[in-house]
Ligand binder design. Structure first.
Ligand code: GLC
Length: 427
């Protein structure tokens, strides 16, 4: 089975746990029309201030969030400490643009860290390299003030070095003020986007990374700092489903795909492309069957709650994971080839067959006839009979024996979104 080259951080737990919760929360939950609203609508600081003045999520109960995440089978959380709009969810000493100065008046991050840890989840921080609020951050292609006629003059008064100091100080705060942090998720670099795209030269990514590793030696760092790929512990294809192990320069890497329930990371009231239960479960399975993780996003509301649609989606994971987590945790891409409409995962002594489209009675698995000692459904532990005789294949009009194992399935699909058959391998 494939094993990526070791990196500097500790990926051991990460490739075991496979499933995490992403949280995008901030002032953009109030306009509730995408976390990029400040940029998309080119909102002025004066306009955006109204969300700051009305931010009061009195229903926020991170213990409930953490319990929900755990129940859904998620093993880690990555939360936005600051998104591109610049709003800080902790009591940072570097700016007044922080939650403690809103009507809510309290730190959001500390209680969240504590609550998720109490449920046994690992904790990661998302930190936006981009900052549309900081007065020293040079106005660029994405900046809300990009259309102003005086951009050049404004930029002459902005000093990237000062913003950088701010950023380094904030990252230091985050990595020293909340105990052990398992992941830091920097977002993002765009050195080739005109005007004023930003990359490692602007962020001083080498120094930033050095500081991060000094402060938190085991931490996992993502790949969005615009550094050569070997610097990253985890690679992060976004909003897409790989069909094989993600490779960088031809080498398999540790990877995690991040996804949303609907088409926005922040809470979006009117966005309607919510994924259905089948898609949700298949995305998780597909990621693990390609050797990767799934980081599934929730965008909490301005009241501090998970929207009912998000709760429904998390319940889908809960129901499925309760019976099937064995085929996810500790599993990776299988050495065997998946039959039509199926995905395989594998761990020591076991292969898991995830059936995406239910076939009629027989499922053929090439290359496994001499390898399997027993087979059962994961959801109810009931035996799945199989045979390895060439006559079965001949009878089915199959051209030749490819060491084929034939599973005999019930006509009707068991009542679960994606049924899984567990194959016990011979020693
Ligand atoms: C993109 C977006 C951002 C989101 C991120 C998550 O980079 O800029 O809004 O936080 O994806 O991966």
């Amino acid at each position: 089975m494939l094993t990526p080259k070791p990196t500097q951080g500790n990926t051991k737990w990460f490739v075991h746990d496979r499933f995490g919760m992403f949280i995008h929360w901030g002032l953009y939950a109030l306009p509730a029309r995408h976390e990029w609203v400040r940029s998309r609508e080119e909102l002025t600081p004066e306009h955006y201030q109204r969300y700051f003045e009305h931010f009061d999520p009195t229903l926020y109960d991170p213990r409930e969030w953490a319990k929900t995440a755990k129940a859904a089978g998620m093993k880690y959380v990555v939360v936005t400490t600051k998104h591109h709009d610049g709003f800080c969810l902790w009591d940072t000493q570097q700016t007044d643009f922080k939650v403690t100065n809103t009507p809510y008046g309290k730190d959001l991050i500390g209680p969240l860290v504590e609550a998720y840890r109490a449920e046994g989840l690992k904790v990661g921080f998302y930190y936006s390299l981009i900052d549309w609020n900081h007065p020293e951050f040079p106005i660029d292609v994405f900046h809300p003030l990009r259309s102003r006629p005086d951009v050049e003059e404004l930029n002459q008064q902005r000093d990237m070095a000062k913003y950088r100091d701010y950023m380094f100080a904030q990252v230091r705060e985050l990595l020293t003020g909340f105990g052990k942090i398992d992941v830091i998720w920097f977002d993002f670099s765009y050195p080739n986007r005109e005007p004023n795209g930003k990359g490692h030269n602007d962020w001083h990514s080498e120094d930033l990374l050095k500081m991060v590793r000094e402060l938190q030696p085991e931490i996992l760092v993502d790949n969005r700092l615009d550094l050569p790929p070997e610097n990253a512990d985890i690679h992060t294809p976004e909003q897409m489903q790989p069909r094989e192990w993600v490779k960088v320069n031809g080498e398999p890497v540790v990877w995690e795909t991040c996804q949303t329930f609907s088409g926005s990371w922040g809470y979006h009231r009117d966005e309607m492309t919510w994924k259905d239960p089948g898609q949700l479960i298949r995305m998780l399975i597909n990621s693990v069957s390609c050797g990767g993780n799934l980081l599934m996003n929730v965008g909490p509301t301005a009241r501090g709650t998970f929207d009912q649609r998000a709760i429904d989606a998390l319940t889908v994971y809960h129901d499925w994971m309760k019976l099937h987590s064995e085929s996810i945790y500790g599993c990776t891409q299988s050495e065997f080839e998946a039959p039509q409409d199926c995905r395989l995962t594998q761990k020591a002594g076991r292969v898991y067959v995830h059936v995406f489209a239910w076939p009629f009675r027989m499922l053929y698995l090439d290359g496994l006839a001499d390898k399997v000692e027993y087979a059962q459904f994961l959801h109810d532990g009931s035996e799945v009979k199989f045979d390895t005789s060439a006559t079965t294949h001949a009878f089915a009009g199959d051209s030749g024996d490819r060491n084929t194992l034939t599973l005999h399935l019930p006509v009707r699909q068991p009542d679960t979104v994606v049924p899984v058959i567990e194959l016990f391998l011979k020693d």
